[in-house]
Design a binder for this molecule. Structure first.
Ligand SMILES: [Zn+2]
Length: 283
């Protein structure tokens, strides 16, 4: 299915470009994103663990400067369930990656109490260490927060840490793939975060998420794919890629009762403002 080119530059604020699932067609996939109107992508540098944290940066360096490919940026971070691997060497690696100019964010980091995995105490400790490293490099953070179904445990623990250890930096960040309540959205906004929406915004069961999104100010939202995961309707079930974010952006425009042009320009400006990028990003 051809989704059509989006009228203005879109930025995919979260994609796992280093995924093995792009091994065969990464360059073609990036071309498709460009053709669809995606002008920039933030490649998430978590790999399958700290040993692969540098892969997103390598992809940036491989493709930036090539024609008809979105401008690529990278992040680096240790994902909640990889925190047991966060030894001093891994934290030193994160520290040196965040010194690189293309690595504009630390993430995705945070708390995941939904899946069985790293003990909560380890997640909390390594999150705190990563906040210190990110603050030292003045890099905004990309937060993954997933509570157990029907609970608020992970959000409560997250907000305590962010209030104590992050608010004072003034650096803010992104609540990636936001699926929290209106109260959690308000607390995130109050902490200076942007809320980023992925393809699951288009899923039939996501009405509560759409209700929250519809109430958000236009200057505090982002669009992402979380590719290769969370493919939006009507392509759900396929491998996701940045070109498909067009559908999520359209859904967000409908919810906020603005045009596609307004959603594109607002989310692009929000991204540029948070990461202090020049306004010609993606051109
Ligand atoms: Zn992700």
């Amino acid at each position: 299915m051809h989704l059509g080119r989006f009228p203005l530059l879109l930025i995919d604020s979260h994609a796992h470009l280093d995924s093995e699932r792009y091994a065969e067609d990464r360059e073609a996939m990036l071309h498709r994103a460009f053709e669809a109107g995606v002008g920039a992508i933030l490649a998430i540098g978590i790999g399958e663990g700290p040993a692969e944290m540098h892969q997103a940066l390598e992809i940036c360096r491989q493709f930036n400067g090539q024609p008809d490919i979105p401008r690529l940026y990278a992040s680096a971070g240790i994902y909640p369930h990889n925190t047991p691997e966060a030894d001093e060497a891994a934290l030193a690696k994160l520290d040196s990656l965040l010194a690189e100019p293309e690595v504009i964010a630390c993430g995705e980091i945070g708390l995941d109490y939904y899946h069985e995995g790293a003990p909560h105490a380890v997640q909390l400790e390594v999150l705190t260490r990563q906040l210190e490293i990110a603050a030292a490099h003045k890099r905004p953070i990309l937060i993954h927060c997933r509570p157990k179904d029907g609970e608020v445990d992970a959000w409560d623990d997250l907000f305590v840490i962010l209030e104590e250890r992050w608010r004072s930096t003034g650096l803010g960040g992104v609540m990636h793939c936001f699926s929290g309540t209106w109260e959690q959205a308000q607390r995130s906004l109050d902490l200076g975060f942007l809320l980023s929406f992925a393809g699951n915004l288009t899923f039939p069961k996501a009405q509560p998420m759409r209700d929250v999104a519809a109430r958000l100010p236009l200057d505090r939202i982002l669009v992402e794919t979380d590719a290769p995961y969370l493919t939006p309707v009507p392509l759900r079930g396929k491998r996701n890629e940045s070109a498909f974010m067009v559908n999520t952006a359209r859904t967000l425009a409908e919810l906020l009762k603005v045009t596609e042009e307004e959603i594109a320009s607002a989310t692009t400006k929000n991204f540029q403002r948070l990461f202090r990028l020049r306004a010609d990003v993606g051109n």
